[in-house]
Ligand binder design. Sequence first.
Ligand code: 8OZ
Length: 364
Amino acid sequence: MTNKTLFEPYVLGSLTLSNRIVMAPLTRNRARAGFVPGNFAAEYYAQRASAGLIISEATQISQQGQGYQNTPGIYTQEQIDGWRKVTGAVHAKGGRIFLQLWHVGRVSHVDLQPNGQAPVAPSAIRAETKTFVHNAFVDVSEPRALELNEIPGIIEDFRRAAANAIAAGFDGVEVHGANGYLLDQFAKDGANTRTDAYGGSIENRARLTLEVTAAVIEEIGAERTGVRISPVSPANGVSATDPQGQFNYIVEKLNELGIVYLHVVEGATGGLRDVAPFDYEALRRRFGNTYMANNGYDLELATTRLEQGLADLFAFGKPFIANPDLIDRLKTGAPLASLDPATLYGGGPAGYTDYPGMVAPVEP
Ligand code: 8OZ
């Protein structure tokens, strides 16, 4: 059973989305020289413009914020110009698109960092995870702990990147506070052993996420600012002793800041939903605006959750890769194509812009 409400317009801040299905951020590692989105990125995103909202692939706010080869940035004029082609193409097809603002923190490699320096982190604790550089998966580099006086500069980088995103024509931005990257590293005590104002307590660990969000709001407005979190995801080697307490607090404060949506990766990033007990309804109760649910959703689960009042929007990730017309397929019950894992990260148009839509729509 499906619910037609999923396919009806939804008001998100000052935008009207054509439906409640969101294209989740998906890293594809196809930026060209200067970490500028390639020309075919405009075609890729435009092919998927029937999503109620597209959230772009994670996009670094600075060179220091980069952790993988060929991911795009939003800190140079050339990058802004490149992204403008993407937003123009999506808008021309009636779509809406937010940019995801990303700082990887310790999930990086010296070869991607300015002057080959160590990646930065809340604490000098190496993540047990790999990154992708020189066309190979390699261990991430040993990070160094950020000095207290460096933190305002990182907040400034987020603020400037948000302004750049608006200059590039995006409808808003999503602050990437999930998946073991910088803000999640600060939020989770497995990665944060600081003893200053940014560590040691729930309030202190939340501070960077909240200061970054406040700066972005100051720059572009709360109606254009969303935040993504992944309370129990072990992605990129993070862990927390009290994720419920930590994220209940973060969400209470994000609610006070008035962000337009909260995007929650429920479970372990990548699809496994039952990794650890966590009360997502406790987050929803603390948050008055739009709750966007993500992770392993299919039409049936989205329908159930919508009818139970547990979420407003549903972000689908991998299904959008091989199904540019995912909305039509879900609407009509047409079968979904499966993606080719070999072309997920890096390369050219193959496995990117060449997935066909349905030849003929299948009637329900
Ligand atoms: C897959 C590969 C590299 C990065 C995330 C930005 O997990 C990512 C990512 C995903 O949020």
